[in-house]
Design a protein around this ligand. Structure first.
Ligand SMILES: Cc1cc2nc3c(=O)[nH]c(=O)nc-3n(C[C@H](O)[C@H](O)[C@H](O)COP(=O)(O)OP(=O)(O)OC[C@H]3O[C@@H](n4cnc5c(N)ncnc54)[C@H](O)[C@@H]3O)c2cc1C
Length: 561
């Protein structure tokens, strides 16, 4: 099918939107780009990038026309035509992922070609061009996602947890895909027949129009879409960062922007716990709040802009810490050598064993009690679950504003788990009621939490209340099992760093230096812990981001030792 006769999906965009997506460089800007690349003639029909290629060149059109097309089930589809002054590319140019489209000269002309490294140099050194390219790349990716113009088709059902898992994985990784809902799309049988799959296999992912995966793991999805294919395990990195939550992403941005070779490895998708927050209202600079996914998405692109490599859907399972360079081993057996390591694997809040919990997280179920949550509760009654000091502090704090605070604990009394002063404040406070031997039995509501039920474990009696705010303060478990005791930990397993390390900790770790450990340095020289995984950390996004950046300044010192 001739692409000339087709309509581009961007035709509905306004002129202003098109100019932002497909800007035209001036002669002076083209000259600055040309200094980094190769200027050459290209003939009509020449394919500059094949769909599925890795290490794509960045191309500026000087004359002639370049068309971007994609292969679909029904043939070739035109995406856009670039003419003089336009440039080819989206965020894939900055990562080592493969191209979602084919780029082919439509009319012969002159082009400038630049490789990925030189493009990164332009973006980092030329602020004006950097802004133009990054804005266009990000907006193009947003449009691809909005139009589902990727190399993946997901067949799923809204009643399947696997479908939700893969949809979340793809969108948190910023990967465009088309979605066909088997519950609602009547023409779907034809697609199922063509790929010889059954609706019972959902979710089904079709990669690049050929490979069919039935209910795949996130690792299989990442492999199929080539997320990690360009990452070379063969060379020694200045810093390997484990975990891409706010702490890991912040370390990645600072490390890569300061010229360190940087690899980030992440079990699921960038963003960590913050990625699941629907609206973060207390992060500096976002007065109207920002979703965790948006914050993470921006940080992810920012880290890649500076050249950080991102390994997705891979779990670090071991740190070889008895010799240098350190080795981080992944679940697929790959090993990465590192001069320094940043551990940013966070913690997992202990969850309530209650159905529907995830539906209400952030919309009635909270894991922290700050003045923001207090404002959300207003004068309404609230529930605090947990018998530790954090639960006690939250209850006392919330009692200042909430209508009434109910503390639920599963044990007989608070004495063994909470400080005496907090117990006294709770006992003396008429705005707080302690329910012992009690556990949460159900959360109910349509979209927002509306009602809760709690059960007395001794009598079995269930009580239902119209309460819309529940604070889960049952503690968190650090993601440190994979370290196998390599670095000193506190009683709960959080990593001890800097001045929190005792002489005994250092002696048993055979600390080799005359200097004391740096801020955020663990008992292993050159291995740092930042964010929620660190003992004594304040469990906030801003602290995680701050610690991630500070650690990099000490990484430089270690690298110079
Ligand atoms: C629902 C919710 C809402 C929140 N809202 C707010 C808020 O509004 N404001 C605020 O300040 N704080 C909020 N917090 C707290 C905040 O999200 C955390 O303090 C912050 O995310 C900690 O960042 P981190 O990078 O240290 O760890 P995490 O965010 O936990 O990230 C750790 C990352 O490491 C990865 N990982 C773990 N183990 C491995 C491994 N072995 N190999 C590779 N990767 C691994 C995980 O998949 C994860 O992506 C919220 C938390 C939750 C759960």
């Amino acid at each position: 099918m001739s692409s000339a006769s087709q309509k581009s999906p961007w035709e509905t965009l306004s002129r202003e939107q098109r100019e932002k997506l497909f800007p035209t460089l001036t002669a002076a800007q083209i000259a600055r780009v040309a200094a980094h690349g190769k200027r050459r003639q290209a003939s009509a029909g020449e394919v500059l990038v094949e769909q599925g290629d890795y290490n794509l060149p960045f191309v500026v059109v000087i004359s002639g026309a370049l068309e971007l097309v994609r292969n679909t089930d029904t043939g070739e589809e035109l995406v856009v035509v670039y003419t003089a002054g336009n440039f080819l590319g989206d965020v894939t140019m900055l990562s080592s992922r493969r191209s979602l489209m084919r780029a082919r000269m439509r009319d012969a002309g002159e082009i400038i070609e630049i490789d990925r490294r030189s493009l990164q140099a332009v973006v980092q050194s030329d602020a004006e061009l950097g802004d133009i390219f990054m804005r266009a790349f990000v907006l193009r990716r947003i449009e691809l996602i909005a139009h589902g113009l990727g190399d993946a088709v997901l067949l799923g059902s809204s009643n399947s947890a696997g479908t939700l898992r893969i949809r979340e994985f793809l969108s948190r990784n910023g990967h465009p895909y088309s979605y066909i809902d088997l519950d609602h799309d009547s023409g779907v049988q034809e697609v199922l027949d063509r790929f010889h799959v059954d609706a019972r296999d959902v979710p089904i992912l079709i990669c690049q129009g050929k490979l069919v995966l039935r209910n795949p793991t996130t690792e299989q999805v990442a492999d199929c879409l080539g997320f990690n294919a360009g990452i070379d395990p063969g060379h020694l990195r200045d810093v390997v960062i484990v975990g891409a939550g706010p702490a890991g992403l912040s370390s990645a941005v600072y490390a890569a922007s300061e010229g360190l070779s940087t690899l980030v490895m992440e079990t699921t998708a960038p963003g960590g716990q913050a990625g699941s927050s629907s609206k973060i209202e207390n992060y500096l600079g976002f007065p109207t709040g920002i979703s965790g996914q948006e914050l993470a998405g921006r940080a992810y692109i920012q880290a890649q802009k500076f050249g950080a490599e991102m390994m997705i859907a891979r779990r670090a399972v071991r740190l070889t810490c008895d010799h240098k360079p350190y080795m981080v081993e992944m679940d697929d057996g790959m090993r990465f050598a590192a001069r320094t390591v940043i551990i940013a694997t966070g913690a997992q809040y202990r969850k309530l064993p209650v159905e529907n919990l995830s539906r209400f997280e952030g919309t009635g179920v909270y894991y922290g009690a700050t003045s923001i949550e207090a404002q959300l509760c207003g004068r309404e009654e609230v529930v605090v679950i947990g018998g530790g000091n954090s639960a006690g502090q939250a209850a006392v704090f919330l009692s200042g504003t909430a209508g009434h605070v109910h503390i639920l604990i599963r044990s007989e009394a608070l004495a063994s788990t909470m400080s005496r002063y907090l117990i006294r404040r709770i006992e003396e406070n008429p705005a707080i009621t302690l329910h012992t031997n009690t556990e949460m039995a159900a959360l109910e509501g349509d979209g927002q939490l509306e009602r809760v039920q709690w059960r007395n474990k001794q009598t079995g009696k269930i009580e239902e209340r119209s309460i819309r705010h529940v604070f889960v303060m049952t503690g968190a478990n650090p993601n440190t099992q994979w370290l196998n005791g390599c670095a000193a930990q506190d009683k709960q397993g959080f990593l001890k760093t800097g001045s929190a390390l005792t002489p005994e900790d250092l002696a048993s770790a055979r600390w080799p230096h005359s200097r004391a450990p740096y801020l955020f340095e663990t008992s292993l020289p050159g291995v740092f812990a930042v964010g929620d995984v660190r003992s004594g950390n304040t469990k906030r996004i801003a602290s995680a981001v701050g610690e991630g950046s500070i650690a990099i300044s000490f990484v430089h010192q270690v690298l110079h030792e």
